[in-house]
Design a protein around this ligand. Structure first.
Ligand code: FNR
Length: 415
């Protein structure tokens, strides 16, 4: 925070705007129309995206004074690790729509800040490559439960091998939400090969693709060349340079995209699969996308290690309850038995403060680090999150508190 202020005093303008509206404006200018539709867009009419913000606006902080706040400690402990701040980087798929360095840049940004990046199952780089760019810094892995159990096991084994501290299972995306911005442009990213690197780098997935090709070859030997196939070829060869000719001779890229679309999710998912996780991994498991207190109760019964209250940044169910409003009902059910995280709508340090006051142990941010990435690659993602943490530090001190655990419900009031 001192660094940011000193730059201001010396008359330097920060490379990344320090207010969210400014960050959003600049990110939009730097991003293609198609990229912006995917990154900034929400489900339906955008009601839940707005509700996420309105919920934060309804709560106000009630500062206390004269309490010596010269030393402040933002650290929190999660799953045996001390983190420098209660702000993690949410998993984001297809981030190359914001910047070509995508996951590797976001991972590098998180590593510089020392806060975990939750690597997305729909990342644009194999998780091993992102992890390699992060050194020893903390990383978690986010899983979408595939319709193929072998693939689930393979992804969990890779997460373990890259040193993930925890696995986040996202539950609110068994079907993709109604996203008019993307639909109207006819531009869902995955069909063009963005966000499938976790799959194409997976041995189980490659086997499934080969099986599909073999089956298709039996029925119809020649490869059908369509515009979509050519686009995915080109986007694949961007990621694997030097392979263009191989790719052109091979039906694999198209089969890879088709296989992905068939198996990336399991709409029939129930608590039975979640309960089987204990046998599948020894990593702590968090469930992401919990909005109902009864589901939080059920999650505790299933023995999970943490809950992420989230409506996916308003991208799934339009009209869904704001994440912060859901937290108010869920925190008393969990009663501190496992960590509760919150995302969806966090834009500022004071939002972080309010979420913690209402029972979250930490928060994750999605759009903020993506917009920072769009504006300035790795440094931009780092600065966008650093700004939120710096403002959180000031908010804490100016509210008369010196540590995260001192933030309790009486620090806020509903208006
Ligand atoms: C997401 N989110 C997401 N979640 C997840 O579990 N796996 C994923 O691959 C993605 N992909 C993704 C892409 C993009 C472009 C966005 C904006 C979001 C949801 C994300 O993890 C998080 O829940 C929200 O972004 C939080 O809301 P805010 O901070 O964006 O308001």
């Amino acid at each position: 925070q001192n660094v940011i202020y000193r730059a201001g005093v010396l008359g330097r303008t920060p490379p990344v705007p320090t207010d969210f509206a400014g960050l959003e404006r600049l990110a939009r200018r730097k991003t293609s129309r198609r990229g912006w539709a995917y990154i900034a867009g929400g489900a339906g009419e955008g009601a839940t995206m707005r509700a996420n913000r309105e919920a934060f606006d309804r709560w106000k902080i009630v500062p206390r004074v004269l309490r010596d706040v010269s030393h402040r400690d933002l650290s929190v402990e999660l799953f045996g690790r001390t983190l420098p701040a209660p702000v993690l980087l949410a998993p984001v798929g297809a981030a190359e729509l914001a910047h070509p360095d995508a996951d590797v840049a976001i991972g590098g940004a998180a590593a510089e800040l020392g806060v975990p990046y939750i690597l997305s199952n729909q990342g644009c780089a194999p998780m091993e490559a992102t992890a390699a760019a992060m050194g020893e810094a903390p990383r978690w892995f986010q899983l979408y439960w595939s319709s193929d159990d072998d693939l689930v096991d393979s992804l969990l084994a890779r997460a373990k091998a890259i040193g993930a501290d925890a696995v986040v299972v996202t539950l609110d995306t068994t079907l993709l939400g109604w996203r008019p911005q993307d639909l109207n442009l006819g531009s869902l990213p995955f069909a063009r090969g963005e966000g499938i690197a976790q799959y194409t780098s997976d041995p189980t997935f490659v086997r499934l693709v080969r099986e599909r090709i073999a089956a298709a070859a039996g029925a119809r030997p020649e490869v059908e060349v369509t515009l979509g196939a050519i686009r995915s070829l080109l986007s694949m060869s961007r990621r694997y340079p030097g392979r263009l000719l191989d790719n052109l001779r091979s039906p694999e890229p198209r089969a890879a995209v088709e296989t992905f679309l068939d198996i990336y999710s399991r709409p029939s998912l129930t608590w039975t699969e979640i309960e089987s996780l204990r046998e599948r991994t020894d990593l702590p498991v968090l469930l992401k996308g919990i909005l109902h207190p009864d589901d939080a109760r059920r999650a505790l019964d299933a023995g999970v290690d943490g809950i992420i209250v989230s409506n996916h940044g308003g991208r799934q169910v339009d009209g869904a309850i704001a994440a912060l409003d859901a937290l108010v009902g869920i925190a008393p059910v969990v009663e501190g038995r496992v960590p509760v995280l919150l995302d969806s709508g966090i834009r500022t340090g004071s939002d972080v403060f309010k979420a913690l006051a209402l029972g979250a142990d930490a928060v994750t941010v999605g759009r903020p680090h993506l917009y920072g990435l769009a504006v300035g690659g790795r440094d931009g993602a780092r600065d966008a999150v650093a700004n939120i943490i710096a403002e959180f530090d000031l908010t804490l001190g100016l509210s008369g508190l010196t540590s995260v655990k001192e933030i309790t419900a009486d620090a806020v009031t509903r208006t």
